[in-house]
Ligand binder design. Structure first.
Ligand SMILES: *Cc1c(COP(=O)(O)O)cnc(C)c1O
Length: 386
């Protein structure tokens, strides 16, 4: 239940990819048949990706994934528009692909405004408008949050950006395949996408760049991706990404119906069976597959390890990978105190999860939370107070 971290490659996706490793291995830049075959596969894939988000294929640039797309959008626009201004607006709950890129730009002469969010994780549109100055060149606010699932008012943000002549980028990695996206309707100038969150391979994604957006090339070298992102194309992965996004966007509603049923059952069963819990993120404006709870008097890390022992994969908000014990910047931004943020668990559902699995997770959670709380002196105090 950690599908927001990554997903398995679907069989249909793998099947489309396989020939491009072996018999159709040509370099798409070669003029002979084998090369042309690769080129045709890329063209076809670009059409599919463009189709999924209402874009023109000419506006799709393949990257190594969401992080690269985020880096390119921010740095590319910043350096290309330096003469106009040096101010960027983003939010405090972005993925590190955005936040760390913005911090890098701050060390290189740019000014960044990090907007606050409310207790549900949503940015304030009035604050956004007020933050715009004549030096503002870019607004980057994520479509849907990877930790708490909150969906931002993207269309309204796009309108504000357009009205003020500022480019608008959104990290759509978690939104693609779960929310209907039409870049024109939503006034999106740039959109980051990644394949491995939607049953495609890891290491491939794309940046949508609207025609007319002033942006620097990202990798210098050959003429691939219209001279903007050099390097021999990863043909099998591009083909896999295209198949994955096509499948994910085919019938979003039907897809979501199943996920929402599981999500709401998981939320209800946890809230009804475990005391001192809090659902994080917006109750309605929420990704169809996201569940995020804080469990008082518990360490998220201990919870994850105990769940792992019974075969359940989840995620906590703490940045354990970096070896730090800082709680998640997202949970702190929605106003959770450190100790509550520390006891948080994200469960994210996917196409392969079942109702039985939800029951299994809740059963185990009840036992684990009970056991961990019995070891907590703080919890003992609460019980005695009652
Ligand atoms: C996973 C994720 C990324 C990074 O994508 P990669 O393809 O793993 O580099 C960026 N933004 C969000 C919101 C994500 O969930």
């Amino acid at each position: 239940m950690d599908n927001a971290a990554t997903t398995p490659v679907k069989k249909e996706v793998l099947d489309e990819m396989l020939p491009y490793f072996t018999e159709k291995y040509g370099n798409p830049s070669s003029i002979y048949r084998l090369g042309r075959e690769g080129k045709a596969a890329i063209d076809d894939s670009r059409n599919k990706v463009a189709n999924a988000i209402g874009a023109n294929p000419k506006e799709i640039y393949f990257t190594s994934g969401g992080s690269e797309a985020d880096n390119w959008a921010i740095k590319g626009v910043a350096f290309a528009n330096k003469k106009k201004g040096n101010h960027i607006i983003t939010s405090k709950v972005e993925h590190h692909g955005i936040l760390h890129t913005c911090e890098y730009l701050e060390r290189n002469g740019f000014d960044v405004t990090y907007l606050d969010v409310d207790e549900n994780g949503i940015v304030d549109l009035k604050e956004l408008e007020e933050a715009i100055t004549d030096k503002t060149i870019l607004i980057s606010i994520m479509f849907a949050n990877n930790e708490i699932g909150t969906i931002q008012p993207v269309k309204e943000i796009g309108e504000i950006a357009k009205k003020n002549g500022v480019f608008f980028h959104t990290d759509g990695v978690q939104a693609v395949g779960k929310i209907e996206i039409d870049v024109d309707d939503l006034n999106i100038d740039m959109l980051s996408m990644s394949a491995h969150k939607i049953y495609g391979p890891k290491g491939i994604g794309a940046l949508y760049i609207r025609k007319g957006v002033k942006i620097h090339p990202h990798i210098h070298g050959g003429a691939q991706e219209k001279n903007r992102r050099a390097g021999t194309e990863n043909v099998p992965s591009i083909v896999g990404f295209a198949k994955a996004i096509e499948m994910a966007c085919e019938n979003i509603d039907e897809h979501n119906k199943k996920l929402i049923k599981l999500r709401d059952k998981l939320i209800k069963d946890i809230a009804n069976n475990i005391s001192h819990v809090k659902l994080n993120g917006h109750p309605e404006k929420r990704l169809s597959n996201n569940v995020n709870f804080s469990f008082e008097f518990i360490e998220g890390e201990a919870l994850l390890l105990s769940l792992d022992m019974v075969g359940v994969a989840g995620s906590s908000g703490s940045a354990c990978t970096s070896g730090s014990l800082d709680p998640s910047h997202v949970l702190l931004s929605i106003g959770l105190p450190h100790e509550i943020a520390h006891g948080s668990l994200r469960l994210s559902l996917g196409d392969f999860n079942t109702e039985e699995e939800v029951d299994y997770v809740v059963e185990n959670l009840i036992t684990i939370v009970d056991r961990l709380r019995k070891m907590s002196p703080l919890y003992e105090n609460v019980k005695e107070d009652k």
